[in-house]
Structures are given as structure tokens and as C-alpha cells.
Design a protein around this ligand. Structure first.
Ligand SMILES: Cc1cc2nc3c(=O)[nH]c(=O)nc-3n(C[C@H](O)[C@H](O)[C@H](O)COP(=O)(O)O)c2cc1C
Length: 299
């Protein structure tokens, strides 16, 4: 603890410094906290990754200034100080928690990914699990701005639908990501979800998280050839790895450009169903149990 001040009326104001270099090299987090009756009534956090060298303040200075400002405000009137810092209710649609979460990354409704996503969800339900499909494109989401604020309270600075998405990921046993290849990578709204999961990475790094979750990739591309999936595979591998999700397989289908082309791929329905069933049966953390190239004949 760097500083501690007892304020009249039983309030305790502290400034703490923590080394978070186990998460990122050199990361340090400062916490200014007001306690009353043993409970935290207000807290401010900041970390060194929020600041660039050209900024007029750094994390330590910002925390010390906040400490001094709060000490003055508390001494003047603790009731007004605490009242002004009630938590703001979060907005955003509620997303239920299910055993299997299918994230359907294509913005094209009724397209190839929608078909595969529905197959995956129905296979999960047939296996006796609860399942849902969510559509990043229909959610109210802002892109990650790289502020690193999430390493303060394991929460994002934005109040939008991402909190529900993270709750659904946290609670799922199997996460299925269904994506088309867009300019070699995943579509923008899905990428937003992936990047905004940095807040979930922060939560896991700071407090831990569920173990034994698995992730399945279902992907389609307009061009033929497995090399078209290289970047998507890398993005998804890193996404799963960052969140401690063990990859449990993939189904890839190339040569799909029209909205329902995937229906013409022989055996695709069985491959998707089999991959979901195998992932659900796999032991915690087991990797790549259902890998299938899933490409049309000749590729
Ligand atoms: C903006 C955009 C970019 C695309 N980029 C690629 C690409 O780089 N490589 C490829 O093979 N297909 C590409 N495609 C084709 C899609 O992957 C293909 O149409 C896919 O079937 C779409 O899936 P959906 O029906 O689920 O929306 C692109 C399509 C769009 C609309």
C-alpha cells in the first residue's frame, strides 16, 4: 500500500500499487479505494498500459492526484462523495447462457454460415444441451479502442451488448464460431466481438475463469482451396487460446459464394453434426478431436 488516510466518520482512503507483469510485461495497476464498514464504497483504477509517453500524466501520478482529490472531497462531505459515485446501470440486450453458444459471424442473413450455425445448434439440442445462435452483426457493439482499461476492473469501458456476449461465452461448455472468409479474415462485426473479448481475457487473467471449454470453427469461403482459410484459422486459434478455450475441431467449406451453396456440399450436414457431437463428448482441454478439412472434392 502506498498511502492510507483515515477520514472523519469512519471512512478509509487507500492507494495501492500492484505488479501485473504476469499479464503484460511491466504492467502496474494503481487502485484508489474508499472503504466504510469494511466494504469498498468507491474505487478508481488505472494502469500503466493506458498511458503513452507523450501524455501529460502517467498512471502513478493520475492515481496520486485522484487520491488527493478524493481526500479533499471526503473531508468536505463523505455523503455527497459516495452519492455521486453510485454504479451506473448497464444497458444492452440480455443474452441467455446456454451449454453451446454459436456465434454466427456472417452479416448475410440466411446465408451459408446461418445454415451451418442452425445445424450446429440443432445437433447440440439433439445431444441434450441447451444452445443458442447469436449474430454479432445484430448487436449493439463498439470496436475495442485498445485503452487497456479492462485490466483495472475486468470490465470494458463501453456499456453495450458485449457484456452479455461475454457472459454467454463464460457460461458455455462449447463455443462454435461460424464465419465466412472476408478479405482473408473474419467479417468486421465478428472481429469486434473477438477484439472486445480482451475484457474477458482481463477477467480471466485477474480472477481466473472456467476450465475445460472447447471451441469449434465452422468456416466458408468463396474461393476454393484450403489456403483461403489460413488467416481465419490463425485468428480463431488465437481467439480460443487467449480465452483458455481448447480447440476441438473445424469444418471448412470452400467454393461457396451464393447464399445457400453450402447445401450442395455432400455430407456437410453430417460433418457439422458430427463435429458438434464429438466436441461435446471430448474431455476437457482435449484438442483437435474432430478436425475435418471439409472441403468439396477436388480441393
Ligand atoms: C466483403 C467480402 C469479402 C470476401 N472475401 C473473400 C476472400 O477473401 N476469400 C474468399 O474465398 N471469399 C471471400 N468472400 C466470399 C465469402 O466468403 C462467401 O460468399 C461466403 O459464402 C459468404 O458466407 P455467408 O453466405 O455465410 O455470408 C468475400 C465476400 C464478401 C462479401
Amino acid at each position: 500500500m502506498l498511502r492510507r488516510t483515515d477520514i472523519e466518520g469512519g471512512y478509509l482512503l487507500t492507494l495501492e500499487r500492484e505488479d501485473l507483469s504476469r499479464i503484460y510485461p511491466g504492467m502496474v495497476r494503481y487502485t484508489v479505494r474508499v472503504r466504510f464498514d469494511g466494504k469498498t464504497r468507491a474505487a478508481f483504477r488505472t494502469n500503466t498500459y493506458e498511458y503513452t509517453p507523450g501524455m501529460p500524466l502517467d498512471a502513478g501520478e493520475s492515481a496520486r492526484e485522484t487520491f488527493e482529490e478524493w481526500a479533499r472531497e471526503l473531508a468536505a462531505d463523505p455523503g455527497v462523495f459516495i452519492g455521486a459515485r453510485q454504479p451506473v446501470p448497464r444497458v444492452g440486450s440480455a443474452i441467455p447462457v446456454t451449454d453451446v453458444l454459436v456465434i454466427q459471424g456472417s452479416p448475410r442473413a440466411g446465408g451459408n454460415c446461418s445454415i451451418m450455425a442452425d445445424l450446429a445448434a440443432s445437433a447440440a439440442r439433439e445431444a441434450g444441451r441447451t444452445a443458442q445462435v447469436i449474430f454479432p452483426d445484430d448487436l449493439y457493439l463498439r470496436p475495442c479502442i485498445g485503452c487497456y482499461w479492462c485490466y483495472n476492473f475486468a470490465q470494458c469501458t463501453f456499456d453495450d451488448d458485449m457484456e452479455g456476449v461475454i457472459a454467454a461465452i463464460r457460461g458455455a461448455r462449447l463455443i462454435v464460431v461460424c464465419t465466412p472468409v472476408y478479405t482473408d479474415t473474419v467479417p468486421a462485426a465478428l472481429k469486434m466481438v473477438i477484439d472486445r473479448c480482451q475484457a474477458y481475457h482481463a477477467e480471466r487473467a485477474l480472477f481466473g475463469g472456467p476450465e475445460g471449454q472447447t471451441g469449434l470453427l465452422l468456416a466458408v469461403a468463396g474461393r476454393t482451396g484450403e489456403e483461403n482459410f489460413g488467416c481465419v484459422r490463425t485468428v480463431m486459434r488465437d481467439f480460443f487460446r487467449n480465452l483458455g478455450i481448447g480447440p476441438c475441431g473445424e469444418v471448412l467449406a470452400g467454393g461457396m459464394d451464393r447464399a445457400r451453396d453450402v447445401r450442395t456440399v455432400p455430407g456437410i450436414e453430417n460433418r457439422v453434426r458430427a463435429a458438434v457431437t464429438a466436441c461435446l463428448k471430448s474431455d476437457a482441454g482435449e484438442t483437435a478431436i474432430a478436425t475435418s478439412s471439409g472441403l468439396p472434392p477436388g480441393e
